[in-house]
Each structure stands twice: as structure tokens, then as C-alpha cells.
Design a protein around this ligand. Structure first.
Ligand SMILES: *Cc1c(COP(=O)(O)O)cnc(C)c1O
Length: 418
């Protein structure tokens, strides 16, 4: 998974989080990264920029999203009062909107006219294509050929939104290959093109920039819990793929006496090798890939391993360097939830509260449910519902083994064969 001309990679002194992070990028991209860093820092220091961003998100993406008191779940466990931060109510159904819309504003400030992105499960591709349609940018989405086949509904929407979806036939034809291809495109087209990276990973300034935009979640959640409970939560739970929704909500409580819990994909179990846990599993190790230094799931010669999770959006080999540092400093506790625990937590949440969390988000619910019975009823906790589960109907219906769903799918297929 070498970046183009990796021999020319150079290490920049910025964007390090206690040794994690950095910007291992080909020399030819240095000026482009400088430009991005410059425009981002200027925007960050300009109060009008955050106002513009918040106004856009309120007008286009239903912000502020509610902080819902889960009365029935709270009663069910008899422990703390459980609150759910409703990122599922964003436009396109997840917190990903926060990141892409923020980057869209920066693209406009840079005067660029085209965006590219990588996508695995397709959610970030749909979010980016949506942003491009809204801002009038040209859009190309790189997606591993295997993922294009697996995620047809998302590919359908990206194309309807006007994006060109390029199936990547290199390597194992999945997310990491799409990332390499997106970097190649960027090198060739950096004058007019911005690469909309999808999570708080990759070379500096992406980890900082993505968590800056996502911090809108934590800012709102902190204000809302103080309004509703008149006190801070004991714990905040979020699932961890690349780490952007977790950093987004954690940022609001970083300086408070609040325990922050990041939940990774335990897949079939941490001892099976079939998981996507970089911060809990013993088989993850520190390395440099895709332009930054962090914990990766890699084999002994630094080749990236296959990961597994019932939630496609958590299925990634690296993790935010900011979270790697927060693990080492002990500020955030990391846990892993298995596929089975996640499907059970999802099922309970749908039945008791009538909300449908994404399979990704259900990892945070699963861990909170494990801990809730041991917490005091004087306390409250927040679970970040990073996205909505309607998109997961194919996977969830399979996991529940719903026979009528199988009949429906077979019936559809037969209709096309006829
Ligand atoms: C993409 C996605 C994630 C994982 O990404 P992070 O950067 O870790 O937040 C989590 N939840 C949902 C609903 C997603 O779509």
C-alpha cells in the first residue's frame, strides 16, 4: 500500500500527536498540503467561518441534532439515565455530513472546482457526492471493485448525484486500494482538485481538520446535557472506525471529568484474528502507511491485513493518530464489541426506543449496555448514534435470518431474470 513515489516521502514536523500522525507524503504534494493547511488555519482563526459552517449545517443538515433521553432503555437497565446524540438525523444519515460540508466550504475558499474521495462501504462517497452536487463541484469517487459490487445501492446514489465512480482493480480491490488511487489522482490534478478524506486519519492536517469539523457534535452535546440534566455525563460512548465521530463528541468533554469510551469492532472476537480492533487487540502494531503513523492491522512485513466487522464502516486497518495518543495517555478508554453483541444491542434499541442505529453506532450501544447495570442511577451517560441503520437493511435482515426478506430478495432477482 505504498503511496506514489514513497521513496520521496518526507516527514513534516507538524501534526504529531506524541509521535503518532505526521505527513508522509510525496514531495510533489507538499505545496498542496501547505495550501490546505494555510486555508484551514485561516478559517479556524476566523469566527465568521465557524458561523458560516454552523449556519450551513443547520440549514442543510438538521443541526443541532437532538440529544434524546432514552427513557425506556434507562428503565430497562435500572442504571444511569441514558441519552442518545442523534447524528443519524443529519442529511445523508450520519455524522459524515459534518466533515464533507466543512471541507466543501474550504474547497470554495481555495477556489478549486473538483473533489475526489475514497470510499469503502460507500457512505463517505455518497456524502461527498452530495456535497459536490450542492456546491457545484465535479466529483470522482474511488472505490475498490469488490466494494462496488457489494455496495450497489450507494453506487447508484453516487451516480445519480452526478459523481463518477471509478472501480479500482489494483491490489485486493478494497478500501486501501481506493485510497492509493485517490492519492494518485490528487498528484495529477492538484491544481483544481481537493481530496476529501473521510475520517480523522491520513497525513496532517486531515486528522486535525476532520476532528475540528466533527467537534460540532461534542459542542452541542455538552450544551444539551447541561440544559437537560444540569450536570455532566459520567461517561460518553462512541464507536471507532477511523475515529471521526468519536473525536467529534469527545472533543466537547476533553477537559471535563468525564470518562470517554471508544468502542472498536471486535468482529468474531479479538482472539480470532477476524476483527478491526487496532487499539485493543494484541495483534495490532505501530507503523507508517497511507501517509501517517499509527496502530495498524498489518502482518510482520508491514502488509495490511484483511479486517472483519459486521459494520462495513468500522472495517479499516488504521485509526486516527489523535486516538492513538489518547489511548497511550489514558484519556480515552478503548473497548471492543463483537458482531453478536452488536446485533443484540441493535435489536434491543429498535424495540425499546424506536430508533434504528447504524451497525457501526450499535458498537457504542453494546458497550454502554454492558456497563450500564453497574453505574449509579444518579448518573447519566451519552451514547453517540453516529448514523442511522436503515442503510444496513441487507446486513441486518441477514443477521436476523428473516425468511420473508429472503423470499423478497429472491423474488426481485427472479423478476430481473425473467
Ligand atoms: C463511517 C461511519 C463510522 C466510522 O467512521 P468514524 O470516522 O470512526 O466515525 C461510524 N458510524 C457511521 C454511521 C458511519 O457511517
Amino acid at each position: 500500500m505504498a503511496l506514489p513515489s514513497e521513496e520521496k516521502k518526507q516527514m513534516i514536523d507538524r501534526g504529531y500527536y506524541n509521535g503518532f500522525g505526521g505527513a508522509f507524503i510525496p514531495e510533489i504534494l507538499v505545496a498542496t498540503f501547505d495550501e490546505l493547511e494555510d486555508i484551514f488555519q485561516k478559517a479556524k482563526n476566523d469566527p465568521a467561518f465557524w458561523q458560516e459552517y454552523a449556519a450551513l449545517m443547520s440549514n442543510y443538515s438538521c443541526r443541532p441534532t437532538p440529544l434524546t433521553f432514552a427513557e425506556n432503555l434507562s428503565r430497562h437497565f435500572g442504571g444511569p439515565r441514558i441519552y442518545i446524540k442523534r447524528e443519524d438525523l443529519n442529511h445523508t444519515g450520519a455524522h459524515k455530513a459534518n466533515n464533507v460540508m466543512g471541507q466543501g466550504l474550504l474547497v470554495r475558499r481555495m477556489g478549486k472546482t473538483r473533489v475526489i474521495a475514497e470510499t469503502g462501504a460507500g457512505q463517505h462517497g455518497v456524502a461527498t457526492a452530495t456535497m459536490a452536487a450542492k456546491f457545484g463541484f465535479k466529483c470522482t469517487i474511488y472505490m475498490g471493485e469488490v466494494d462496488v459490487e457489494r455496495q450497489r445501492p450507494n453506487v447508484f446514489w453516487m451516480e445519480r448525484l452526478g459523481a463518477e465512480v471509478v472501480p479500482v482493480r489494483e491490489g485486493s480491490r478494497i478500501l486501501k486500494d481506493a485510497i492509493n488511487e485517490a492519492f494518485r489522482d490528487w498528484v495529477a490534478n492538484m491544481d483544481n482538485t481537493h481530496y476529501v478524506l473521510g475520517t480523522a486519519c491520513g497525513p496532517h492536517p486531515f486528522p486535525e481538520m476532520v476532528s475540528y469539523f466533527q467537534s460540532i457534535i461534542g459542542q452541542e452535546a455538552r450544551r444539551q446535557i447541561l440544559e437537560q440534566e444540569h450536570k455532566l455525563p459520567a461517561r460518553v460512548y462512541a464507536c471507532v472506525g477511523g475515529g471521526s465521530n468519536a473525536l467529534g463528541i469527545f472533543n466537547g468533554f476533553m477537559k471535563d471529568p468525564v470518562e470517554l469510551v471508544g468502542v472498536e469492532a471486535g468482529g468474531r472476537g479479538l482472539d480470532t484474528g477476524q476483527h478491526a480492533s487496532r487499539l485493543c487487540a494484541k495483534d495490532a502494531s505501530i507503523g507508517v502507511a497511507q501517509g501517517y503513523k499509527t496502530y495498524f492491522l498489518q502482518n510482520t512485513d508491514g502488509q495490511m491485513r484483511e479486517t472483519h466487522s459486521v459494520a462495513a464502516g468500522l472495517d479499516y486497518v488504521g485509526v486516527s493518530p489523535i486516538l492513538a495518543q489518547l489511548k497511550e495517555s489514558g484519556r480515552v478508554r478503548f473497548e471492543a464489541a463483537t458482531d453478536t453483541e452488536v446485533v443484540e444491542a441493535l435489536s434491543l434499541t429498535i424495540r425499546t426506543e424506536g430508533v434504528i442505529p447504524a451497525l457501526e453506532s450499535s458498537h457504542a450501544f453494546a458497550q454502554a449496555f454492558k456497563e450500564a447495570p453497574r453505574l449509579s442511577s444518579e448518573d447519566c451517560i451519552i451514547i453517540n448514534q453516529s448514523g442511522r441503520g436503515d442503510k444496513d437493511i441487507f446486513t441486518i435482515a441477514d443477521a436476523f435470518g428473516d425468511p420473508k426478506w429472503q423470499e423478497f430478495i429472491i423474488g426481485k432477482a427472479e423478476k430481473y431474470h425473467a
